[in-house]
Design a protein around this ligand. Sequence first.
Ligand SMILES: [Zn+2]
Length: 85
Amino acid sequence: MGQSKISRQIFIDPVCLMKVAPGKKDFTFTYQMRTYYFCAESCLKSFKTNPEKYLESISIKRKGWWSRYLDRLKKAIGGKPPKCH
Ligand SMILES: [Zn+2]
């Protein structure tokens, strides 16, 4: 049984800004045609309560450390999806 090649994306929890790898426990919420992933149900609930607040804080931070963070993430995985061995 070969594992199908599913590209593993990393998502950012917009509430606590943690990395979330979808697959284990899926706390997701679709808002304005985008699906957001959360590390825990509590973050999901917080987001549902006031999505705009969290999306705003992301778009502000994105210009700073956010883009640097994404660069580092790309370098860390060498542009390839991580493998388990
Ligand atoms: Zn969280």
